[in-house]
Design a binder for this molecule. Structure first.
Ligand SMILES: [Zn+2]
Length: 486
């Protein structure tokens, strides 16, 4: 009797512990499956096409060209498996949301040698649904349509391709793979929403039918797993019904649809750890669908996943006191680093901006700095004009910062240079504007300003804030990714 009771206790957990073991394996052995050709977010259609072509040599993969983008790039579907339950996964409907595409190529490598996961299921992948957007690393397609608002009107070929694939397969499950802003956090915590999930609503009432409930259950399984590798860093995306969006409509058309959004993770600008979380999350979901173990989970658990909020900055500086017109003001400031790209959309640099100031006690930072016991100091421009970049590179930048200089003027700077990999800003002397002196001087800190200033302690420069990044001069810890040319 005792033994029987014990069995009753453990049977419901068998599914999950087996799931845990599998995902732990996926996490640990990830490097052996990671697709090494893809190393950063700004890859193009021409980078993935050879990888797709290579899959044709594996007899288990079936590759089909579904059609072409507006600019004529092939959009392919890769299928594998013979099982009854069909799963359709599509990524990069938004051209600059590439994290999951990288993970899909890792998953192809996994599937080459791990066929047992395919029991009962057939997988269909459409990686990079919006190759024209990916080319310019922009959200929208070549004519400026947001494909995720074109699910009903179907004006873009990319939208038609996705709709036709869904309809012809009548997929049981759909995975809608996106990236979200790195400034999303798990509600009322400082933790970024590194992964957010959603079982989209199919009507304004946000009703839950079996189709949507199954999506919620899969999310519960994925959340339990990802919490182990990024604790507290999972959010639940808003389920407001959007009648034009694909996720909402595909749910309505009867495919249990799961949205996965890749957000931010500290010190992971190219989202390679987040890519790994996608890999684990998606394969764990595929596994639970293949075994049916997700059916045992409760949709109540879905509601317990914290909601997404948008309360993060790259850097939050608290208790900063600065003088203006003879008085002192104490504020918190929130700084965000925006990406600017080169012409080929292959590389980027950062421009820092003050995006909020005042009482920011309800906000958080990937990095925070308390300026309470520090004194604000305006950074000066080094008085000597440097005649060329070679001479600039000979300067002792740390010494200049300690002397109170946060920018250097250079005389003949090539106009294509927009940033420098040094912790100081550059003034292009040809661009210096004559200041009008009949206006009230601007405050040293204001919304939209590039955050560049100094913080002193005992009359010595302790921190240089350059282009929104921190250089701790006391500890000689330079975290400035780049200075900008002004
Ligand atoms: Zn998106």
């Amino acid at each position: 009797m005792k033994k029987l009771f014990f069995l009753f206790l453990i049977i419901p957990f068998l599914g999950f512990s087996q799931q845990e073991a599998i995902s732990s394996n996926l996490f640990t052995n990830y490097e052996s499956y990671k697709e090494s050709i893809l190393t950063n977010r700004r890859f193009k259609h021409s980078d993935i096409q050879p990888l797709i072509d290579n899959l044709k040599s594996d007899k288990y993969f079936r590759v089909k060209v579904l059609g072409q983008s507006i600019e004529g790039r092939d959009i392919s579907m890769i299928s594998i498996g013979e099982g009854k339950t069909s799963i359709l996964l599509w990524s990069q409907m938004h051209g600059n949301e590439s994290t999951a595409t990288m993970a899909l190529f890792d998953i192809f490598n996994y599937l080459k040698t791990n066929k047992e996961i395919l029991n009962n299921i057939t997988l269909h992948f459409i990686p990079m649904l919006n190759p024209d957007g990916a080319e310019k690393f922009t959200r929208r397609n070549a004519i400026g349509i947001d494909i995720n608002r074109d699910a009903v009107r179907l004006q873009s070929p990319e939208s038609k391709i996705l709709k036709a694939a869904r309809d012809s397969l009548q997929a049981d499950f759909g995975f809608n793979l996106h990236d979200q802003s790195k400034y999303y956090n798990a509600e009322r915590t400082s933790k970024p929403a590194t992964i957010s999930y959603l079982a989209p609503a199919y009507n304004y009432e946000k009703d839950i039918n079996t189709t949507r409930a199954n999506a919620m259950k899969i999310i519960v399984v994925m959340n339990n797993i990802i919490q182990q590798y990024a604790k507290g860093q999972v959010g639940r995306y808003s389920d407001d019904f959007e009648p034009r969006a694909f996720g909402d409509n595909i749910q309505k058309w009867g495919t249990s649809t799961i949205l996965i959004e890749s957000g931010g993770y500290k010190n992971d600008p190219e989202k390679q750890f987040i890519r790994k979380l996608n890999y684990v999350s998606i394969l764990a979901a595929i596994h639970t669908i293949s075994t049916g173990s997700y059916k045992k989970t409760s949709i109540d658990e879905y509601e317990k996943v914290p909601k997404n909020d948008r309360k993060l900055f790259d850097l939050k500086i608290t208790n900063l006191t600065f003088p203006y017109l003879g008085k002192n003001y104490t504020v918190d400031i929130g700084i965000q680093n925006h990406e600017r790209e080169n012409k080929k959309h292959t590389e980027f640099y950062n421009i820092g901006r003050i995006t909020d100031l005042g009482d920011l006690s309800t906000y958080y930072g990937y990095e925070t700095l308390d300026a309470k016991n520090l004194k604000f100091k305006v950074g000066e421009t080094y008085p000597k004009i440097i005649s060329n970049f070679e001479d600039f590179e000979k300067l002792d930048i740390k010494k200049l910062l300690e002397q109170g200089y946060t920018s250097v003027s250079i005389d003949s700077l090539p106009s294509e240079i927009k940033f420098v990999n040094y912790p100081i800003n550059i003034i292009d002397v040809r661009k210096i504007k004559i200041l009008r002196n009949n206006t009230i001087p601007k405050t040293p800190i204001y919304l939209g300003k590039n955050p560049t200033f100094l913080l002193t302690q005992n009359n010595k420069v302790a921190y240089a804030i350059i282009n929104g990044f921190v250089y701790n001069l006391v500890e000689n810890n330079n975290r400035v990714k780049n200075g900008v040319v002004k």
